[in-house]
Structures are given as C-alpha cells and as structure tokens.
Design a binder for this molecule. Structure first.
Ligand code: WTA
Length: 640
C-alpha cells in the first residue's frame, strides 16, 4: 500500500510536504484511485464564499473504488462481517464479490422505483448489512443518501426529509437494540404525514412485527429484489460522477435553529476517508476493523463504510449495544471475530469500566493491535483502563479529533508512530493546518497556549455546503473569523506543540459523543403546554461526558413536579429523540437575563456544574434575586 506512514520521520516529512505543496501531495495520494477521467486541477478554493473544489473536472464513482477495484485481487475476501443484536442469531458475512452483486442489485431496485442521479434518498434502518448495501447502491447510481440515526423521532426525520426533499425512504419493519425493539416503520409512517416529497418507501423485513403498508407507496425490500432477479440480475454499471457531485447529506446540530445538512462530495471525501483510515490505524492488509459507531453518524460513514471499503479491509458491523446481554458483549465480539482494530467512544469505555473487570476477564483479546477513541475528550482514567485492560498495554491508542464537517480524522496520533499522551489528540495529520485564535480572531502563536481551534487551509474531506442554504454554511463556519474555518471547539497547545481539545465553546452539547444544540432542546421543552420558557446547559456527567440540565419556568406551579418532569422529558423524546432527554430539570420562577434580555448561560452553567459560590460578575443582571433562588433550588432538583 502506498502513502503509508511508518515512522515519525516519515510523518514529519509527509506533513512538511503537505503544507509546502498541498496539490502535489494530495494529487499523489489520489492517483491510487480509479478515475474515469483525470482531474484538471487538484484544488481551487476560497474561504470567503466559501467555494472549495478538489480534483476539479475529475470523474469517478465511489463504489467503483470501494468494490469493483478490489474484485480481481480480493474478490473472495470478506468485506463485511455482521454481528446481530442477539448473540444466538447467526452472523452473516459478505465477500467483496458478494457485496458488489448486492449493491448492483439494489441499485436496480432504486432505479425501478424512480430514483435518478441527484435525487435524495433517506435511510432509516437498523445496523444490518442492508443499510451498507443501500448506502452503496445510492452512491453507485448517483443518488444522494441521507442516513438518519434510528434513535431520532418522527418529527426529526420529517424535518430532515423535508429539508433535503427526499423522494424515497428506505426503512425496516423494526429494529433490535439490546432488549428493546424499535418500531421503525411506524415512526416513518408518522413522519411521512408531513412529507409530500416522498413517493415511495422500501421496507426491509427484520423484526417481523406487524406493520401497515400503504398501497402505491410502500413496497417490501424482498419483493423488489425478486423483481430484479426475474430480470436476470443484470449488472448495474457505476454511474460516472463528477468529483464534486454530492455523495451524501448528514444532519448535525449547531448552536442555532434546526440541524443542518452537511454536504460531502464524492472524490475528496473518499480520498480523505481512505488516507486517514490506513494511516491513523496503520491498517495492514487482512486486518479486521471494528468501529462501534452507528452508520447514522459520520464515524460510521467514514470508518465503518467508506474508509475501510476503499482500503479493501474487512469491516465489522454490530447491530447491538455494548451492555446487552451483558457488559462483556464488545469483548465477546472482539474474541469471536479476532478483531485487530477497535475504534470506539469514551462514553462506552466509561460505561463498561463501571461494570467491573469481571466482564473482561476470560475474554481473549490477543488479536487486538490498535485501539481508537472518538467523539469527545477522553479522560485519563478511561484512557488507562482501555490501554491496560483492553489493549493489554501493547496496543497504541489513537485519540482522534474530527467532526461531521471535516469528513475524516484531523488531529490524531498515527498508531505506533506518534508518541501519545493520555487526553491529547496530539498532532495534525498531513494536510491539516490548525491554528488557535483569540476572541478577536488574532492568531495565538507559540506553545503552552489555549484558544479557539480553526483551520487555515482546505483538506479534501471538508464540508462543501449546508444543503439548500449555502449562506448558513458561510455564517456558521467561515464568518466568525475571516478566511478561517472555525471548528466551534476550544483547544490547548502544550509545551510540546501537542493539541488537547477542551470541548465546545458554542452552545452545543456533547452527550455520549452525540452533538445536541441547546436551542434544539429548549425549543422541544417549550412545546410542553405548561412551559413559559427554558434554558438548557451541559454539566459534567460520569458516563455521558456531558449531561443535559434544563431550567424551566412553568405557569402551573400547583402540579406535581415529578409528573411535570416526566411529561417534559416525554415531550423532548417525541420532538427529537431519547438522546436529547434532559437528565435534570429544575423548576425556576425566572431565568437570569441581562437588561437586553439575553439569558446568562455562564451563570446557569456554573450552578449546574455544582459551583454555587463563585458565579462571577452578576452586576449586569436585570434581577439578581433570580440567581439566589436558582442557587437555593439546585439542592432539591431531582433527575428528569
Ligand atoms: C468533539 C464526531 C475531543 C468535538 C467525529 C467536535 C472530540 C465534536 C473528539 C464533533 C476528540 C470529537 N477529543 N473532542 N477526540 N472527537 N470531539 O460532528 O467537540 O459528531 O467538535 O463528529 O465532537 O462531533 P461530530
């Protein structure tokens, strides 16, 4: 494999080259791919509009690079291993040849159901191989996929379907997660009441629970496949796509309004996902890669599907949860498939740590060679536990910092190459040019400094636009500091020049590694009939990293508080999904506001964090008495 970094000196050389000659650097990396037509220019860009084009004029198809390209050399190698939710159910596996055939077949199903190049398709599926097949089938025929995580509510799905103008939805009758069954089809039925753009839905059989099928709109996956079989299963030649044609939309939360549709385009995204996968994890041919994320998030897109498949790796898809049937499940899976690379989240590690070592002991984890972490800062205790008890002290840990918008890993050790430091994402990968700025956008140079993390130069995997609203993309990421991409994260650069992400500096929470906007949760709480207004902040939570703390002003003070708490939590679950349920709800008679009416979150955050004495400057408050009341009330607040 080319472009694989093997030593720290090679990393430094690659990094220097990527800064001095980005076009030469990425042009060489991209030349490993199969192109239908070579690019005219590697990069055209400005951050003011913003307008960024990688490999402009080039033509290719992403699935030709993830599937067809591998057939000659490793057609019979396993591409996807699937571990079901229930360990008693039989696992499944697909070789590259089989996956290629399935993807071709399902691309026909999409076409037979009226999907054309450029159409948007929404996927709301459990973690089953058919989700991977459907994603790749979209890419093969040039449709833009929008995967929605199976935990989102009907309302959230409807918002996403309408925003993207999806014409087709792919779902399942139901899905399994641990001991729960999720009625996916019935959630979709509720969502589609508000979605006139959707003409068809395709429903996979998974849970076999009864669902209602709407005539003319709903078709069974299996019946549609049979139709293609009667056609004699013709091949589906990959559609020729422009390098900058959109590959997918993925919705993510920001500090204001509804989630935005982050748009990634084909060539740059694939080149970046592949390059970062092979280098960060030091991927060796034949290794089994297990990323525990859900394909509904960017981590699943880049490091369950596109990165590993572009590299011709064996990627493991797990339908279940780490704690069912017991807290040893992940280690069970590692042992069963002789997993080499394990990529997971700090929240999962902390949760499993809490169950004790008895679930790790006796499991054969000797196949592991590399460990990874993503989604939030990893605390030292979790880092050491992971290192010692899972990696047996012999596996490098890569703490990978990146975002939905960056498409792939940005700041991270290269496994076995970069000396690590617990809690540090360490150094930027080749092609990544980070800098720290102060509130006024002035660069903070030198080491041993903190600031807001920005990027000064484009990289192939970066966001191109927010779907249907380019101005929103500009305002959100490129307008805070002129000519820079602003990440929304705070960051420390220590004496050695190592980066440590300190968390969001905007009104975005990170709950169990999932991004949730405080405004989104507030809007959901405010839907409840008795609520006048609310303010949501994060607070440190032992397992989730951050918990959701809501201050709520109600009209009806007579009602039983616990009952109201339950109703509010249920309202949020219905509006967004269970991931946004407040952990704590405190009823207050007013919120601390400035004279201009702005809620002083800084004070609310401090109180939620348990700080009740030093609240900082409260002199600009309209009504300082409110703070006294909130401070007194915090003691009686119960869980939500
Ligand atoms: C946070 C997930 C510290 C950060 C890939 C970022 C991290 C947000 C790390 C993106 C890490 C992600 N250390 N913080 N290694 N990785 N984050 O879009 O705040 O779901 O901005 O992408 O997660 O979350 P997203």
């Amino acid at each position: 494999m080319t472009h694989l970094i093997r030593s720290f000196e090679e990393y430094q050389a690659a990094y220097r080259r990527s800064v001095a000659d980005p076009e030469g650097f990425w042009g060489e990396v991209a030349s490993d791919f199969q192109w239908r037509r070579p690019w005219d220019r590697v990069l055209e860009w400005n951050f003011t509009e913003p307008a960024v084009k990688w490999f402009a004029g080039g033509k290719l198809n992403v699935t030709e690079n993830c599937l067809d390209r591998h057939l000659a050399e490793r057609g019979d190698q396993t591409a996807i291993l699937w571990e079901p939710n229930d360990p008693e159910e039989h696992y499944r596996k697909f070789t590259y040849r089989e996956l290629h055939a399935k993807v071709s077949q399902f691309a026909h199903v999409l076409r037979n159901n009226g999907v054309r190049k450029g159409d948007r398709v929404c996927l709301y599926l459990p973690m089953v191989p058919e989700l991977a097949i459907a994603v790749l089938a979209c890419a093969r025929m040039g449709a833009i996929h929008s995967v929605v995580f199976g935990g989102f509510s009907a309302q959230s799905i409807a918002d996403r379907i309408r925003d993207a103008g999806c014409s087709l939805v792919i779902t399942a009758d139901g899905g399994f997660r641990g001991s729960k069954e999720i009625p996916l089809k019935s959630v979709i039925d509720d969502a589609l009441v508000q979605c006139p753009s959707v003409r068809k839905t395709i429903v996979l059989t998974r849970s076999r629970s009864p669902v209602s099928m709407i005539k003319g709109r709903d078709a069974w996956w299996e019946d549609e496949i049979k139709k293609v079989e009667t056609m004699g299963n013709p091949d589906f030649p990959a559609e020729e796509m422009d390098a900058e044609d959109p590959l997918f939309i993925l919705y993510t939360s920001g500090s204001t309004g509804k989630p935005k549709g982050v748009v990634h385009t084909g060539a740059g995204y694939l080149v970046y996902a592949h390059y970062t996968f092979v280098n960060v994890f030091g991927y060796q041919p034949g290794e089994v890669h297990f990323c525990t994320a859900d394909i509904g998030w960017i981590t699943g897109h880049s490091y369950i599907l596109y990165g590993p498949l572009a590299a011709g790796a064996t990627t493991l898809l797990f339908e279940g949860v780490p704690t069912w049937p017991d807290a040893g499940r992940l280690w069970e899976v590692v042992q069963k498939y002789r997993v080499n690379i394990l990529y997971t989240a700090p929240t999962a590690i902390r949760s499993l740590m809490g169950f004790g070592l008895e679930y790790v002991q006796g499991k054969d984890l000797s196949s592991l060679t590399k460990l990874g972490s993503v989604g939030e800062p990893i605390n030292e205790e979790a880092w050491h536990w992971f290192d010692e008890h899972i990696g047996g002290g012999r596996c490098p840990i890569v703490d990978t910092w990146w975002q939905t918008e960056t498409g792939g890993i940005m700041i991270s050790p290269i496994a076995g190459v970069t000396p690590t430091k617990p809690g540090y994402a360490t150094l930027p990968l080749p092609g990544v040019q980070p800098l720290l700025v102060d509130e006024n956008g002035r660069e903070i140079e030198g080491n041993g400094v903190s600031g807001n993390l920005c990027l000064r130069f484009p990289w192939p995997g970066m966001i191109r636009t927010t779907y249907g609203d380019h101005e929103r993309c500009r305002l959100n990421y490129f307008a805070t500091y002129p000519n820079l991409y602003f990440t929304g994260d705070g960051c420390l650069r220590d004496q050695d020049g190592y980066y440590r992400i300190t968390g969001r500096v905007d009104d975005v929470l990170n709950v169990s590694g999932h991004r949730i906007g405080t405004a989104e949760v507030e809007n959901a709480i405010n839907l409840y009939t008795d609520v006048v207004e609310s303010a949501v902040v994060g607070y440190p939570h032992g397992v989730k990293g951050q918990g959701i703390y809501a201050y709520v002003v109600c009209i009806n003070h007579q009602r039983d508080e616990d009952l109201t708490r339950r109703d509010i939590a249920a309202t949020v679950t219905r509006a967004i999904g269970a991931i946004a349920r407040p952990d704590k709800i405190q009823f207050v008679t007013g919120l601390p506001k400035t004279r201009s009416g702005k809620i002083m979150r800084r004070i609310l955050r401090k109180i939620a964090e348990g700080e009740t004495t030093d609240l900082g400057d409260t002199s600009t408050l309209l009504d300082p008495a409110v703070v006294e009341e909130i401070r007194a009330g915090v003691l009686v607040t119960k869980g939500g």
